[in-house]
Design a protein around this ligand. Structure first.
Ligand code: OGA
Ligand code: MN
Length: 295
């Protein structure tokens, strides 16, 4: 049980995001504290906790307050343990199936983590799955001197600010989401994607807890709108992406060592800015299982 009495929350941008103070995440927390965090999460969509020092086990324990941790996989097979064993900075992660490293670091030419270097287009984590992750929780372990900022877009606001005619046209429609490993280019619909994970989800989804509607598409992995000609689908999607990624709808997180940043994939998309290739960046990540999205 924790002895916490008061959590503070300071908004980080007009669009979304808040910094939460008054808690050391290493300590176990009461159900009441977890409920308070959830309430802040529903209000601000992205929560930032500064100066934290979570071990692998500590991160898993903290994350478990918010649901079932997702097991890391690739193409249906479990990640080789050896990938994580390469990094000596965290021997515990090797045997932990629920945590992974987001990193560009290599040891003997082999990457120790996923999502390596460079910028990344806006995306929903595992939007291509039948049950996309509910939450993603990252902890900063090593950072470059500049760049590698994570950008968050408020997809409730994107939905609410859509022109009426677009909302009417897309109501009840679905979009195809396809897994794209390249991070800054779209899936080529001309190629056979049957072996890439993919799923259809409503263009507009309702958040099961807040009841608010979101725009549920992203530039990286939303490939096509069902029921439109290819050119029309492409033009509409571009319009939706540009609309969602307008600066006033974004919070740009500039990472600090020790940060824990967590977001709700049901109402937030995220991307990443470029950073120097010759500098190491390591974030430890876990995700929480989700449910099929519905309109
Ligand atoms: C992720 C992700 C962004 C980043 O972990 O899903 O997109 O800034 N990370 O590395
Ligand atoms: Mn991501």
């Amino acid at each position: 049980m924790d002895t916490l009495t008061e959590l503070g929350a300071t908004p980080l941008s007009p669009a979304l995001g808040a910094e939460v103070t008054g808690i050391d995440l290493r300590h176990g927390m009461s159900g009441e504290t977890a409920a308070q965090i959830l309430e802040l999460w529903r209000r601000y969509l992205v929560l930032v906790f500064r100066d934290q020092d979570l071990s692998t086990e500590g991160q898993r324990r903290f994350a478990s307050n918010f649901g079932t941790l997702r097991e890391r996989q690739r193409g249906g097979t479990k990640f080789a343990k050896s990938k994580y064993a390469l990094w000596e900075g965290d021997p515990n992660i090797r045997d932990d199936p629920n945590l992974l490293l987001v990193s560009n670091v290599t040891v003997d030419g082999k990457p120790i983590g996923s999502l390596a270097e460079g910028d990344m287009w806006f995306h929903i984590d595992s939007g291509y799955a039948e049950r996309p992750y509910k939450y993603t929780i990252l902890h900063a372990i090593k950072l470059p001197s500049e760049g590698g900022n994570t950008l968050f877009a408020n997809m409730y606001r994107a939905y609410e600010a859509l022109p009426r005619d677009l909302r009417d046209r897309l109501k009840g429609r679905k979009a195809l989401h396809i897994h794209e490993y390249k991070r800054r280019e779209k899936v080529n619909l001309g190629e056979d994607f049957s072996n890439s994970p993919h799923a259809f989800h409503p263009v507009f989804t309702t958040h099961p807890e807040t009841g608010r509607k979101s725009l549920f598409v992203d530039r990286l992995m939303t490939a096509r709108l069902e029921g439109f000609a290819p050119e029309e689908s492409a033009a509409l999607l571009d319009q939706l992406f540009d609309h969602a990624e307008r600066p006033e709808n974004i919070y740009a997180h500039v990472w600090r060592y020790g940060d824990v940043v967590m977001w709700d994939n049901r109402c937030v998309t995220h991307g990443r800015t470029n950073f120097p290739k010759d500098q190491e960046r390591i974030l430890r990540r876990c995700t929480i299982e989700g449910e099929p999205p519905f309109e």
